[in-house]
Design a protein around this ligand. Structure first.
Ligand SMILES: Cc1cc2nc3c(=O)[nH]c(=O)nc-3n(C[C@H](O)[C@H](O)[C@H](O)COP(=O)(O)OP(=O)(O)OC[C@H]3O[C@@H](n4cnc5c(N)ncnc54)[C@H](O)[C@@H]3O)c2cc1C
Length: 387
C-alpha cells in the first residue's frame, strides 16, 4: 500500500515553491495537477481493486492537510475531484456498486468537477434555480452555475438543476465536450486564487435520462442515511483538513519567524518575549482542539458510527473558524512584515477566509447545531417564529 502522507509531503514541498506565483497571477496550477497524476494522487481514493490507491477518508484528510500547507489552492481544487470519488469508493466497499462506472472512469485518468451553486441565487443543497426542461429521452438545461473549481482541467462535470414541471432536484453528470456546455473564467478573487473556480454556462444542454439521478422533491422531508452521511463527511472532513493545513502552515511560519528575529537593542530573539509566547500558546489552544475534533470524528467513523448532520457541521465550523483565528494571531506575531507579499503569511491570511463559505456555511451550521440540541426539527414550520 502506498504511503500517501509521504507522497503528500513531497508534493507539498514542491507546490510551496510555486504557490506565491500561482496566487499572484491567479493562475490555475496545471503542472501541480499533472504531478498529482504522475504520482497517482488523482486516483488515491479509488479502491485498489479498481486500479486506485485505496486511501480511506482519514488518510485522505491527512494528505489534504499536508498539501494545503504547500499550496492551498491546489489542495482545495483537487478536493472537489477527490471527495466525491472517495465517498463513492467507500460505498463500493460496502457493496453499493452503482458508482462503479464513475470509479472506473476516474481510474482511467478522468478528472471530475462540479457545481451546486447557482450563479444568481447561491447554494441551497435541497433545490436549484437552474431549470431542467423535460424532453423526449431526458432534459434540456439552461442557465448559469458558479464556483466550479477545477474548471480549466475537468473532463467530467456534475451539477444540479430542477425539473421545471415537478421542482424535483436533479443531479446530473456529463462530459466536458457536451454541446452547449461552457466554462467561463470569472475567477478573480481575494482568496484561493489558483482554484480555477469558474462559472459554468448551459446553453440548451441536452442531458440524457441515463445521466440523471433524481433527488428529493422540495416538499419531501430530507432523509439521513449512510449515503448522505458519506458524501457530507468526505466533503466536510476534507475541507476542514485543507483549512487546518493553512492554519498549521501559518503557525510554522510565525514560530520560525519570531525564533529567528532579534530586534534592534534586544539580546534575545523575539520568541523570548512574553507576548510572543502567549500568542504561540493561543494558536496551539485554537488549532489543537479543532484537529482533535476532526481526528475524533474520523475515528468514530472507522469504528462504524454514522455521524449526524450536527456532528459533521460542527467539525467543519470549528476547523475553519479555528484556522481563521490562528492565522490572525500569526499575523499579530509576525507584525508589519507579515503583510509583505514576499512572505507567504499574507496569502495564508487571505486563503483561510474562504473556509467559512463552503457548505455548511457558518450561519447554516449554527442553525443546524442549535436546533439539534434544542430538539427542534430542522424542517419545523415556521422556520423562524415571528413573535
Ligand atoms: C474557493 C471556493 C471554491 C469553491 N468550489 C466549489 C465547487 O467546486 N463546487 C461547488 O458547487 N461550489 C463551490 N464553492 C461554492 C460554495 O460551495 C458555496 O456554494 C458558495 O460559496 C456560496 O456562495 P455564497 O456564500 O454567495 O452563498 P449564498 O447562498 O448566496 O449565501 C450568502 C450568505 O447567506 C448565508 N445563507 C445562505 N443560506 C442560508 C440559510 N439557509 N440560513 C442561513 N444563512 C444562509 C450564507 O451563509 C452566506 O453567508 C466554492 C467556494 C469557494 C469559496
Amino acid at each position: 500500500m502506498t504511503d500517501w502522507p509521504a507522497v503528500a509531503t513531497d508534493l507539498a514541498e514542491e507546490f510551496a515553491s510555486r504557490a506565491s506565483e500561482i496566487d499572484r497571477e491567479a493562475r490555475f496550477p496545471v503542472e501541480n495537477i499533472e504531478r498529482m497524476r504522475e504520482v497517482g494522487y488523482l486516483t488515491s481514493v479509488v479502491p485498489t481493486e479498481l486500479g486506485g490507491g485505496g486511501a480511506d477518508l482519514a488518510t485522505f484528510a491527512t494528505c489534504q492537510r499536508i498539501i494545503a500547507g504547500g499550496c492551498a489552492s491546489t489542495a482545495l481544487a483537487i478536493n472537489m475531484h477527490l471527495f466525491g470519488v472517495g465517498a463513492a469508493a467507500e460505498g463500493w466497499y460496502r457493496g453499493e456498486r452503482e458508482a462503479e462506472p464513475i470509479l472506473r472512469m476516474v481510474s482511467s485518468g478522468v478528472i471530475v468537477g462540479g457545481s451546486l451553486t447557482d450563479a444568481a441565487t447561491g447554494l441551497n443543497v435541497r433545490t436549484s434555480s437552474t431549470p431542467a426542461k423535460p424532453v423526449d429521452g431526458g432534459y434540456v438545461i439552461s442557465g448559469r452555475k458558479a464556483f466550479c473549481s477545477l474548471a480549466p482541467v475537468l473532463q467530467f462535470f456534475w451539477g444540479t438543476a430542477a425539473d421545471t414541471e415537478t421542482g424535483q432536484l436533479l443531479l446530473f453528470g456529463i462530459p466536458r465536450a457536451t454541446e452547449g456546455l461552457k466554462f467561463v473564467d470569472t475567477w478573480d478573487t481575494m482568496a484561493m486564487r489558483g482554484t480555477g473556480s469558474w462559472d459554468v454556462v448551459f446553453e440548451d444542454v441536452f442531458v440524457p435520462e441515463t445521466a440523471v439521478q433524481r433527488g428529493m422533491n422540495p416538499d419531501q422531508p430530507p432523509v439521513w442515511d449512510a449515503a448522505q452521511e458519506r458524501i457530507f463527511s468526505w466533503f466536510a472532513a476534507s475541507v476542514a483538513a485543507v483549512y487546518l493545513g493553512i492554519g498549521r502552515a501559518a503557525a510554522a511560519f510565525a514560530y520560525d519567524y519570531v525564533g529567528n528575529r532579534t530586534v534592534t537593542g534586544a539580546s534575545l530573539p523575539m520568541a523570548r518575549q512574553p507576548a510572543q509566547i502567549a500568542s504561540a500558546a493561543d494558536i496551539e489552544l485554537t488549532l489543537r482542539p479543532a484537529e482533535a475534533m476532526l481526528g475524533d470524528a474520523l475515528r468514530r467513523r472507522i469504528d462504524g458510527e454514522l455521524l449526524q448532520p450536527a456532528d459533521i457541521q460542527a467539525l467543519k465550523y470549528v476547523a475553519v473558524n479555528a484556522a481563521d483565528a490562528a492565522v490572525d494571531r500569526c499575523v499579530r506575531m509576525v507584525g508589519g512584515h507579515g503583510i509583505f507579499r514576499k512572505l507567504p503569511l499574507e496569502r495564508y491570511y487571505r486563503d483561510v477566509r474562504a473556509g467559512q463559505f463552503h457548505p455548511p456555511s457558518n450561519d447554516v451550521a449554527i442553525e443546524t447545531i442549535g436546533k439539534e440540541v434544542l430538539g427542534i426539527d430542522p424542517n419545523a414550520e415556521p422556520r423562524w417564529p415571528s413573535d
